[in-house]
Design a protein around this ligand. Structure first.
Ligand SMILES: [Zn+2]
Length: 505
């Protein structure tokens, strides 16, 4: 399959070759101009700079809409390489970019002399994502754009942007400047000279990311994590901590990693007001359907002693069957208020799978991170689910191999493990199976200090997961993937990706 990753649904090779020039022309309808410009940039990266004169340069790549492709979804395409022309058939603009990613990989493998062939292709899943934690380590906008470009070349279509946590608040909201002013920098104590370190993304930065992603048909899902993981949020709003009259605790963005008791007071209306304003600000910056509100890893001890939280549990009847105050139900109540606010903005809330424990509206999209079992349970209960389980190779902060020399934390995930990921665990009911939209890989960055390191953690494991999410089960085969990875590795090398090159298992 010529190093194509993800593997297409079908490839048929025929006799002959197509010779393309270093500046192949495109014939297309005006509406496809943004996508054609992306594809042209991809081909330019892969084509040699000098090519014999007899190679063709006039309108050799023709792009046309064919309605019969609609049943394969908006991203379906057909690609025909014939001796004198390359034809791309699409149902919509998204198909142009997906076909372009295939063509760029073929050009990487064959240069200007492409084998004649026909490819039919469409995705297995509608959610094919990756998450970048820009909190534990701050990444430049240029680095994020580069990762989006690489993701699109692997036909991924969802970018989950982790923007807040204990260690930083990365979003500079114009209406609420205090959040980034107090939350975007943290003390770096690793050296004798302690200094502030960090950064935040302005509205203009966000627009650049969103537009760049949109031109590659990638949706951006911003995450603001509440009510836990909130040290950096409490740095600017310490009054939202469960404080008693004598408590003057103040907060700084954490310079340690783990789970902390810096949790928003669920009893105060001010907490909900602030979260509501934050998501309202987000909705103005991010046009996509989904806003991610976190909801994971919330220590609840102080809710049991806080007079405001106790009053809330009393007033809302949030007790267990013995009549005791139930902080699990308080969290469920809090997240429901957040969800109603997000729905009021015309968006769908995404949350981590802990939300299922306390119960929440079936309108919430659940990201299953603790295990595939948690995702399966949510899907059986009727939630829409995206699988990104830490126990099934979706956590790319894990080491590639069980070696001291390998960077990473908390587990081992070989390339083979990543390849074996399947969002559909065995034994699901048909109804639950239909609730699983797809999956994604998550890169947490507690131990990732540089972009080059991030790429080492991502590739080629993200290539493997991209295939798990795009290619039909019938064409997936690890031996085939491993052999295609040789050519694909050269493709990544041309793009100067700092990829992992060690054993795959
Ligand atoms: Zn409280």
């Amino acid at each position: 399959m010529y190093g194509l990753i993800p593997a297409p649904v079908s490839v048929e090779v025929s006799e002959g070759h197509c010779l393309i020039g270093c500046l192949p022309g495109f014939g297309y309808e005006k509406q496809f101009e943004p996508e054609v410009s992306v594809v042209a940039s991809w081909l330019a990266q892969q084509l040699p700079k000098t090519i014999p004169e007899e190679y063709r340069q006039a309108d050799i790549i023709s792009i046309n809409v064919y309605n019969d492709l609609v049943k394969g979804g908006t991203e379906a395409y057909k690609l025909f390489i014939r001796p004198t022309v390359i034809e791309i058939h699409v149902a919509s603009a998204a198909g142009v970019v997906r076909a372009g990613a295939t063509l760029a990989q073929l050009v990487s493998a064959h240069g200007c002399r492409l084998p004649c062939l026909s490819i039919e292709d469409q995705p297995r899943y509608s959610w094919r994502g990756f998450m970048l934690d820009t909190v534990r380590n701050f990444f430049s906008v240029d680095f994020i754009l580069r990762q989006l470009d690489l993701a699109a070349l692997h036909k991924l279509n969802m970018f989950h942007w982790h923007l807040s946590d204990d260690q930083a608040w990365r979003l500079d909201l114009e209406e609420m400047p205090e959040l980034a002013a107090h939350g975007a920098q943290r003390l770096d104590r690793r050296f004798n000279v302690v200094k502030w370190k960090g950064g935040s993304y302005s509205a203009a930065d966000v627009r650049r990311v969103v537009e760049f992603a949109a031109s590659r048909h990638i949706s951006v899902i911003p995450e603001i994590d509440v009510p836990g993981h909130s040290s950096a949020l409490l740095a600017s709003h310490p009054e939202l901590w469960c404080r008693s009259a004598h408590d003057d605790r103040h907060f700084l963005p954490e310079d340690r990693y783990g789970i902390f008791d810096a949790v928003l007071c669920a009893g105060r209306d001010e907490s909900l007001n602030l979260v509501g304003r934050v998501f309202s600000g987000l909705s103005g910056l991010f046009p996509g359907k989904y806003l991610h509100a976190g909801g994971d890893e919330v220590p609840k001890e102080q809710w049991l002693v806080c007079e405001h939280c106790r009053a809330r549990m009393r007033d809302e009847g949030l007790q267990d069957k013995h009549g005791n105050f139930d902080p699990e139900r308080l969290q469920a109540w809090f997240m429901e208020q957040v969800q109603v606010g997000i729905n009021g903005l015309g968006r769908t809330m995404v949350g981590w799978d802990e939300l299922v424990d306390g119960g929440c509206s079936r309108d919430v999209l659940i990201m299953a991170w603790r295990s595939t079992g948690h995702g399966a349970k949510a899907a059986e209960l009727g939630y829409k689910v995206v699988m990104c389980p830490q126990n099934k190779a979706c956590y790319l902060d894990h080491k590639h191999l069980d070696l001291e020399e390998e960077p990473g934390q908390l587990g081992i995930c070989t390339v083979r493990d990543a390849y074996a990921f399947d969002p559909h665990p065995e034994g699901l009911s048909a109804a639950a199976a239909a609730n699983i939209l797809g999956g994604q890989a998550n890169l947490w960055t507690e131990l990732v200090y540089f972009g080059k390191q991030a790429e080492y953690m991502l590739y080629p494991r993200l290539s493997a997961i991209a295939e798990a999410l795009w290619s039909p089960k019938a064409v997936r085969d690890f031996a085939s993937f491993a052999s295609r990875l040789e050519l694909h590795g050269r493709f990544l090398d041309r793009l100067q990706v700092n990829r992992y090159r060690g054993p795959l298992e």
